[in-house]
Design a protein around this ligand. Structure first.
Ligand code: UDX
Length: 433
């Protein structure tokens, strides 16, 4: 089977390299020529554990993976074309910006020469895949193509494992022929007994938004429980544990923290609310999730300032800048939002992230950047754990003690034990404790 993935972002490159690992002939296309040049040289445009090895394995050894900026060249003999371009939030609006999707659909239509399946893997609002069908059918006879919705659920930081061992595969199709081709495509996952769920195209599109929005709601829910725990002397981690063992609830995505961030949850919650609004449905739960989550970084920064009366003479060390560990992605990073609020009050920010210092420097040039956690902590009035990178779980606190001006820790990811840190002489503040 010959596959083409249009768009070399997270979803495109991870899916492309994993499909090559399944044994398919894969071409990744992007109109960004410099990105393609870098990919041909072996450079991945983002940090993701294992991706460079997989890309180079299939580019150089198996030769199953190639890159090009020419869609006509890529589509030569292609059986399945995946749309994997970004669908960011529109500026000043809740809607997803689908301009890249529409452009790609037109380009694909202009290059279909034999029967092909056009698959939306990008997260797209309900109705988009049928709209793509309309666009293509203006140029291509209907017997020469079908459209399918096949959303991707991979998480940054564990993307390859998520793709290779998914909880489920969703195939949204409107006929048997395309469902059959898609089932064949995912045959390598049969050994793992991965559930393959078939549905209408519309249901498939909604499954993706509803899943992300539900998880985001779960996080906001536990964060509000954390607020209550803080006020009454309870511990949100104990509460989450007690809730999570109930199989109907489940323990995942019940970690209280500074709020959800990243390139998916914030935009997907907004876009899903907007899809509902267009049908005159008031998705009030999601509106609450969105506004609570948007305010949370400001509320947390106020709490930090008020607890210790920080001012323009204060210096805080911030550990972790990416929106989650194992990625260099700083889009909608709550750690950085909190840092910005603190900085706006005149507080000096000394930061360190294992991989995201360089990404952050350009956007936050007034923060100070350091090569490791210890250098960032010199003379600091407190440490803030913004992102729970593993290396922050094993810090040398005796060394930190000798470097810091005041022994205070704001553990926004609840990775430490309060008693242990108190015993070491630190004043400890977690979330919901
Ligand atoms: C998410 C979905 O999980 C994935 O299925 C989809 O394909 C893309 O969006 P991702 O954004 O990569 O993946 O990361 P995820 O691990 O889901 O975390 C999202 C945000 O929620 C992060 O800011 C994270 O810190 C936060 N989070 C997650 C919590 O605050 N608490 C939790 O318990 C879990």
């Amino acid at each position: 089977m010959k596959l083409v993935l249009v768009g070399t972002g997270y979803v495109g490159l991870v899916s492309g390299s994993c499909f090559a690992e399944f044994g398919y002939d894969v071409t990744c296309v992007d109109k960004d020529k410099s990105r393609i040049l870098e990919l041909k040289k072996g450079k991945c445009p983002f940090f993701e554990p294992g991706i460079e090895e997989l890309l180079s394995k299939h580019r150089d050894q198996t030769k199953l993976l190639s890159f090009t900026s020419s869609l006509p060249e890529a589509m030569e003999g292609a059986d399945i074309i995946f749309i994997t371009v970004g669908t960011p939030s529109k500026r000043l609006e809740e809607d997803a910006d689908l301009s890249a999707v529409w452009n790609v659909a037109k380009d694909i239509a202009n290059n279909i020469k034999k029967y092909s399946l056009v698959v939306t893997k990008s997260t797209v609002p309900v109705g988009t895949t049928k709209e793509i069908k309309k666009i293509i059918s203006k140029i291509v006879p209907k017997e020469n193509f079908d459209v399918v919705s096949n959303p991707e659920f991979l998480r940054e930081g564990s993307a390859i494992n998520d793709f290779m061992r998914p909880d489920r595969i969703i195939i949204g199709a409107d006929n048997e022929k395309s469902t059959k081709i898609m089932k064949e495509l995912y045959r390598p996952l049969y050994l793992l007994e991965t559930p393959i769920i078939t549905s209408s195209i519309e249901s498939s599109e909604i499954i993706k938004y509803a899943s992300n929005s539900f998880l985001a709601t779960k996080i906001s829910f536990i964060n509000q429980v954390a607020d209550l725990c803080e006020s009454v002397g309870a511990d949100v981690q104990e509460v989450a544990k007690g809730m999570g063992v109930d199989k109907r609830i489940g323990s995942k995505f019940l970690n209280a923290g500074p709020g959800f961030g990243g390139s998916c949850f914030p935009k997907d919650v907004k876009a899903f609310t907007s899809s509902a609004k267009k049908q005159n449905i008031n998705f009030s739960i999601l509106e609450a999730v969105n506004s609570y989550n948007q305010n949370r970084p400001l509320e947390i920064s106020k709490k930090i300032i008020n607890l210790k009366k920080y001012n323009k003479n204060s210096k805080l060390a911030l550990f972790g800048l990416s929106f989650k560990p194992n990625t260099d992605d700083i889009r909608d990073s709550t750690s950085l939002k909190i840092a910005q609020h603190l900085f706006d009050q005149g507080i000096m920010i000394n930061c360190y992230d294992p991989v995201s210092n360089d990404n952050t420097m350009d956007l936050f040039p007034k923060f100070n950047f350091f090569k490791n956690a210890y250098e960032a902590s010199e003379g600091a009035d407190a440490i803030i754990i913004g992102t729970e990178w593993n290396e922050f779980r094993a810090l040398n606190f005796l060394k930190l003690k000798s470097l810091m001006k005041n022994l205070v820790i704001f553990d926004l990811r609840n990775i430490y034990n309060k008693q242990e840190l108190s015993d070491l002489g630190f004043e400890y503040y977690g979330i919901g404790k």
